[in-house]
Design a protein around this ligand. Structure first.
Ligand SMILES: [Zn+2]
Length: 257
C-alpha cells in the first residue's frame, strides 16, 4: 500500500485480461451471494445483467477496528491474487487457522478466478483494490474514480462466482470523500491500516517481522502484500508472525463493517 508506483506489471495483466472481459460469466451465480451482502453492483456501461438486490450501504468512514474485539488483529493482504504467492499465503493462513482480508486488483482477480474462489472458500473476505492501482487517483475526476472502483467490484464479483467485496481500500490510501461514499453505497466499507509491514519494499523478512512487532500498538489492521513482485519475504515473515501473534494472545478478526 505504500505509494509504490509503476503500472508495468498491472499493465501486462490488464492487457491479458481484456481478452476475456467479453466472455466473463454473465451467468454468475448471483443467488449464491445472497447471504453475504447482496448484489447490485452495476458498473457503467454494463447492461443486460440479471436483476440483483442492491448492496446494503455501510458507513463511508475509513475503518481500522477489528470485529474480533480489543485483542484481535486484522490481517490484510493486498494487490493480488498472484498465482505464485497467493497459494503460499493461503497455506500459511490455513495452517495457523487465520482468516484474512484480501484486497484484490480487478484484472488480477479476472485473470485468476480460481484463486479468488479459493480465498472465498477458505473463509477469507474480499476487498476492492481498484482496477489499475493508481495511487494518484484522488487527484482524478469522480468519473475516473467511479470506474476504478466499480469496474474492479464487478471483476472481483464475477471472478468469485458472485461473492462481493465487503471493503474498499484505495491504492496508497488515496481515498476521497467521493470515493468513500461511492464504495460505501455499494456495501464496501473504506478500509485503512494501522501497521504497514513495509513488506512491499523487501527489507528482509526479519525487518518485516520487527516492523510489525514494533508497531502493533498503533492498532489492529496490518498490511501485507501477496503480489507486485517477489513476495518470498512476506511469506517468510508470516510464517513467523502468525504463530507469534497467537503466542502473544492475539486473535484474528475482520475489519468492522
Ligand atoms: Zn496496493
Amino acid at each position: 500500500m505504500a505509494r509504490h508506483g509503476g503500472r508495468g506489471w498491472y499493465g501486462r495483466v490488464i492487457a491479458a485480461a481484456v481478452g476475456v472481459t467479453a466472455v466473463a460469466a454473465v451467468t454468475s451465480v448471483w443467488s449464491a451471494q445472497a447471504g453475504q451482502s447482496g448484489g447490485g453492483a452495476t458498473a457503467p456501461g454494463v447492461s443486460a445483467r440479471p436483476a440483483t438486490p442492491k448492496a446494503t450501504p455501510v458507513s463511508p468512514s475509513i475503518v481500522h477496528a477489528s470485529d474480533g474485539g480489543a485483542h484481535a488483529v486484522n490481517i490484510t493482504i493486498d494487490d493480488g491474487p498472484d498465482p505464485v504467492w497467493t497459494p503460499q499465503v493461503l497455506e500459511l493462513l490455513r495452517d495457523n487457522g487465520v482468516k484474512a482480508t484480501f484486497c484484490m486488483v480487478g484484472p488480477q482477480a479476472q485473470a485468476h478466478p480460481d484463486l479468488v474462489r479459493q480465498v472465498v472458500a477458505a473463509g477469507h473476505r474480499l476487498c476492492d483494490h481498484t482496477v489499475s492501482h493508481d495511487t494518484g487517483m484522488d487527484h482524478e475526476s469522480e468519473s475516473y474514480q467511479a470506474r476504478q472502483i466499480l469496474d474492479a467490484e464487478r471483476q472481483i464479483t464475477e471472478a468469485s462466482g458472485g461473492v462481493r467485496p465487503m471493503y474498499y481500500r484505495a491504492p496508497g490510501g488515496a481515498f476521497t470523500p467521493y470515493s468513500r461514499k461511492l464504495a460505501a453505497s455499494h456495501g464496501m466499507r473504506p478500509l485503512g491500516w494501522n501497521v504497514d509491514s513495509k513488506d512491499f519494499e523487501r527489507p528482509g523478512s526479519e525487518a518485516i517481522i520487527a516492523t510489525v512487532q514494533g508497531e502493533l500498538s498503533n492498532g489492529p489492521t496490518i498490511l501485507f502484500h501477496d503480489a507486485g513482485g517477489d513476495r518470498s519475504q512476506t511469506v517468510a515473515a508470516l510464517r513467523t508472525l502468525l504463530p507469534w501473534l497467537k503466542e502473544q494472545g492475539y486473535s484474528f478478526g475482520f475489519p468492522v463493517r
